[in-house]
Design a protein. Structure first.
Length: 259
């Protein structure tokens, strides 16, 4: 069975998507289409380029902050030009519309104040724009507008996938643990996750199945050393859900045929 998968943002937690997809592939599912916001856009782009989950993990697991960001001061502390260069150096296909697996990336249009969905255009640049978590990372100019982190408006973009013929799986790597923040940074991250949770709930309504790796809640979104830990949490969550996923999607297919 082919499925469409919406990949949420979440910094390094997005490596959990790779674990989820590895389990899906091992159980005979095929990826029909992908969409992503922020970290989910980065992972989704590399997967849509034809790379395996293990290929993507290998590319990203040794990346450090200095490899993806440089001081900017243009609307954010850091710019992500190094990340764009890293992506381009690992992509076989540079344009979204030419990717082997259909892919959509969501960005926040700071001029219009709304989500913008891109199914064409420069793949690396648009995925970097989708990952530009202002004010930590500077927004990117694109055409006549300014783009920022897609998670602000739609952190699990199921909308562009609901138009396709495949069942939609939403994967959110940002569970909200019942834990008080311990400082300014952790409080800021928690507020951000709570804000994004609201738009994820709206997107969840358009998914046929939802996966939320609980263990990701303990992983700092900017701790790049925790990529493999996030991957393993994705595997654990998907394995625990796989039989329920199969029965849910089988039931959906049967109902669709009857209707």
């Amino acid at each position: 069975m082919k499925v469409s998968i919406a990949l949420s943002g979440g910094g390094v937690r997005a490596m959990a998507h790779l674990g989820v997809i590895r389990v899906l592939l091992d159980h005979g599912f095929e990826i029909g289409a992908l969409s992503g916001a922020s970290g989910g856009a980065l992972v989704g782009l590399l997967l849509s380029d034809g790379k395996s989950p293990e290929d993507v993990l290998e590319i990203m697991k040794d990346v450090r902050f200095k490899d993806i960001a440089a001081f900017s001061g243009r609307g954010g502390l850091f710019g992500l030009k190094p990340l764009e260069e890293l992506l381009n150096s690992n992509l076989d296909t540079k344009e979204i519309e030419k990717l082997p697996i259909p892919f959509t990336v969501v960005c926040t249009d700071l001029l219009k104040g709304s989500a913008s969905y891109f199914g064409s255009g420069p793949a690396a640049r648009l995925c970097v724009a989708s990952s530009s978590l202002v004010p930590i990372f500077s927004p990117l100019s694109y055409g006549e507008t300014l783009l920022a982190d897609g998670g602000f408006m739609d952190n699990m973009p199921t909308r562009p996938l609901s138009k396709r013929e495949y069942p939609v799986i939403g994967v959110n790597v940002n569970p909200i643990p019942r834990k008080l923040p311990s400082g300014i940074v952790s409080a800021t991250v928690r507020v951000l996750m709570l804000m994004m949770k609201a738009n994820i709930e709206r997107s969840r309504e358009l998914s046929d199945f939802y996966i939320e790796p609980a263990g990701c809640g303990s992983i700092n979104i900017l701790d790049l050393k925790k990529g493999e830990m996030a991957y393993n949490e994705g595997v654990k969550s998907a394995e625990a859900s796989i039989e329920r996923l199969k029965s849910t999607l089988l039931r959906k297919c049967e109902n669709d045929r009857k209707s």
